[in-house]
Design a protein around this ligand. Structure first.
Ligand code: SF4
Length: 289
């Protein structure tokens, strides 16, 4: 038997290897988790935009999804719980030509960091936010989160969750975001296309990805394997571009509406507004002197 046959010779380098921090691998994600696919699609999307990787920053908060920034070989920052967005906005304002991508989970972005999320959308801040929604807090053991639907079973709701979940696209649109989309992690081609659109978008872009967490969500909700969660998405997903986001709430049963819901191009972004104020201030100083 040759060394190659028994696996002693290292496999050839994968074309995406240069986008990973190899010293951080192996990753912590469970078998069947969607986070590997989402991370791959972020890399593929960045490659497709043609943006110099030196001009990309990837920022995340805490949680399983929050690990993504640490694995990607860009200028990346793993911030404290819920604080990825203010960090991202501050960084972006120092260098308006830099593309800022926030990737984090539903608990980190919509609960602990919820205030930052709604105000970033209100300001039309020039950042892309990718929210991987697996309907609960995964890393800490499966507690109910802001997107847990009624009837869902979690460690803190062993008989059934009784609270209404956030409809994230509706929330973000109502706050003023100019790009809002949702896809399931199964649909990798559309996920990538949506990431490209979001990264190229001027102003606040938000993409919700419904992801599989078999470990702390699936096994308590009769979807024990990652593939069972993806099959459930496949059976229920319906594409409705431009639909009124009031109609895209997710429940225990029924359709899961996905698509590009909002895509507005004529609203000034936070950077536009700040540059305009700077011009006014400069002009007024000139008059005064
Ligand atoms: S706990 Fe869930 S979200 Fe976290 S890595 Fe495992 S499968 Fe993924």
């Amino acid at each position: 038997m040759t060394e190659e046959e028994i696996g002693l010779i290292e496999a050839e380098e994968h074309p995406l290897d240069c986008y990973l921090r190899k010293g951080r691998i192996p990753h912590i994600w469970c078998p069947g988790c969607s986070l590997g696919s989402v991370a791959t699609m972020i890399i593929e999307a960045i490659r497709e935009t043609g943006i110099d990787p030196k001009n990309i920053s990837v920022i995340s908060g805490i949680g399983c999804t929050g690990r993504t920034a640490g694995y990607l070989n860009f200028d990346s920052f793993h911030t404290t719980h819920g604080r990825a967005i203010p960090f991202a906005i501050g960084l972006g304002l120092t260098d308006p030509n830099r593309k800022i991508i926030v990737i984090s989970g539903d608990g980190d972005l919509a609960s602990i960091g919820g205030n930052h999320l709604i105000h970033a959308a209100r300001r039309n801040a020039d950042i892309t936010v990718i929210c991987v929604n697996n309907f609960q807090y995964g890393m800490t053991g499966g507690q109910v989160g802001p997107t847990s639907y009624k009837g869902q079973v979690q460690t803190t709701a062993p008989y059934s969750n009784i609270e209404e979940p956030f409809n994230l696209p509706e929330l973000i649109k109502a706050c003023g975001a100019t790009y809002v989309a949702r896809w399931t992690a199964l649909d990798v081609r559309r996920v990538k296309e949506s990431f490209v659109e979001a990264i190229n978008h001027k102003g606040f872009s938000f993409v919700e990805i419904l992801g599989a967490c078999p470990t702390t969500y699936g096994r308590r909700n009769q979807l024990r394997e990652g593939i069972a969660i993806l099959e459930n998405f496949k059976e229920r997903a319906v594409i409705e571009h431009g639909i009124d986001t009031e109609k895209v709430a997710i429940g225990k049963e029924g359709p899961i509406i996905v698509g590009r819901f909002v895509d507005i191009h004529d609203k000034p972004s936070l950077t536009d507004n700040l540059l305009s104020i700077q011009r006014m201030a400069t002009a007024s100083k000139g008059k005064g002197s």
